[in-house]
Write a protein that binds this ligand. Structure first.
Ligand SMILES: Cc1ncc(C[n+]2csc(CCOP(=O)(O)OP(=O)(O)O)c2C)c(N)n1
Ligand SMILES: [Mg+2]
Length: 380
């Protein structure tokens, strides 16, 4: 087996990191395939392409004069986009060939379109109506929601709705959480099935309707999934919502555009969060924006908001930062509390210095030392 790096050393992991969370490339490398002795019935000769056809999303033979780096790139692209196994077949002769000096590895940059999925307004409106008129909404999460649990739990708390999981999603919500309903279905708990019986609306995130789970299909169901095929796969659901579970920055700033006061002073920081603000927030003509000159200093946002609070006592003060930038001046919070500063802070927490990760990827470096461990505390 060849080393599992692309020519030039881009590991498949780099691709995974450059992609949305849901996509994990599955790549597979195989020996044999097309070689000079092919067709002569030589030892262990099998037609690899046919054997693998049924179980791979994509399969290619690598020949001695193939564009090796490009094939590797395409393999990772297929694995990522099609979310299946992409397969390269190497004959013995090819796998020992030295890479040509001109062979250049590519990176994920420029090879994928933006895949952020914004749900259709009509779907969101129908889902919101159902939620508004339900008395006992109940949330069911599957494995597909594993990386969006903070948002799901926040929704559960807002609706005061129990959260049950499929068996595969066990542990995605802590059993110590007051709204945790445990596992649903054949491996589940009696309390979960009683929640299911009592529910007048099921809000399902990233779960397949596998029999084992026993989601009651006759109930009104809102189903959210990024996979169009998973929406209503086995039977119709009341409101299928095609959406990448979790919040997109576009949707956050769309909401902020609606809720931030017409005459607010808005202090922003530096980082991806700020670029998203620039791209998606729509300013009114009486709002003022404060930002660090040349987007120079992270940590600017919160102290700037405090300054604005002192300078413009009659105006609402809003602050938008990332977790990295806010963390730099988190101690200032004590001063804001001391003087009762009425500042509305929107913190876009991605547990990383997101802009730096992005720059590292753009420079074709490994992403390193950019993840953040944020304190898990409620401030009052
Ligand atoms: C004082 C200072 N330190 C470091 C930097 C380099 N820098 C620019 S953006 C950024 C990351 C900001 O992370 P975060 O606030 O979490 O925002 P995100 O990009 O994740 O939205 C850093 C460290 C800087 N501009 N200023
Ligand atoms: Mg961040």
């Amino acid at each position: 087996m060849p080393d599992d790096r692309g020519a030039g050393g881009h590991e498949p992991a780099d691709w995974a990191m450059g992609r949305p969370r849901r996509s994990r490339p599955g790549t597979c490398f195989d020996r044999a395939g097309e070689h000079p002795g092919a067709g002569t019935g030589s030892l262990q000769e099998i037609d690899q392409s046919s054997v693998f056809e049924a179980v791979t999303a994509w399969s290619q033979s690598v020949l001695h004069d193939s564009k090796h780096a490009e094939l590797m790139t395409l393999t990772l692209k297929h694995a990522t986009v099609q979310r299946g196994v992409a397969h390269l077949i190497f004959s013995d002769e090819v796998q020992v060939l030295p890479a040509s000096d001109e062979a250049e590895a590519s990176s994920p940059d420029g090879r994928f379109g933006d895949v952020e999925i914004t749900p259709a307004e009509a779907s969101v409106a129908s889902a919101a109506d159902l939620i508004r008129f339900s008395r006992r909404p109940t949330i069911i999460v599957g494995h597909g929601a594993r990386e969006a649990m903070a948002d799901v739990v926040a929704l559960a708390e807002k609706l005061n709705a129990p959260v049950m999981t499929t068996f595969k999603a066990k542990g995605q919500v802590s059993d110590a959480h007051p709204l945790a309903g445990g596992v649903l279905g054949r491996s589940g708990t009696p309390i979960a099935s009683s929640f299911m019986n009592e529910a007048d609306l099921l809000i399902v995130f990233g779960a397949s309707f596998f029999d084992h789970t026993g989601i009651e299909r006759s109930k009104p169901i809102i189903l959210v999934d990024f996979d169009q095929l998973a929406l209503g796969k086995f039977h119709p659901v009341t409101v299928p919502v095609w959406w990448e579970i979790g919040l997109s920055s576009a949707s956050i700033f769309e909401v902020l555009t609606e809720v931030i006061a017409w005459n607010a002073v808005i202090a922003v920081d530096v980082g991806n969060n700020t670029y998203s603000f620039g791209r998606y927030f729509e300013c009114g003509d009486q709002q003022s924006v404060l930002m660090s000159g040349f987007l120079g200093s992270i940590g600017f946002g919160f102290p700037a908001a405090m300054g604005a609070w002192a300078a413009a006592p009659d105006r609402p003060i809003v602050c938008v930062t990332g977790d990295g930038g806010f963390g730099q001046y988190m101690g200032e919070f004590t001063m804001a509390v001391k003087y009762g500063m009425n500042i509305t802070h929107t913190l876009l927490n991605n547990n990383e210095l997101g802009k730096i990760s992005k720059e590292q990827r753009a420079g074709e470096w490994q992403v390193w030392q950019t993840c953040l461990q944020n304190p898990n505390s409620r401030m009052q």
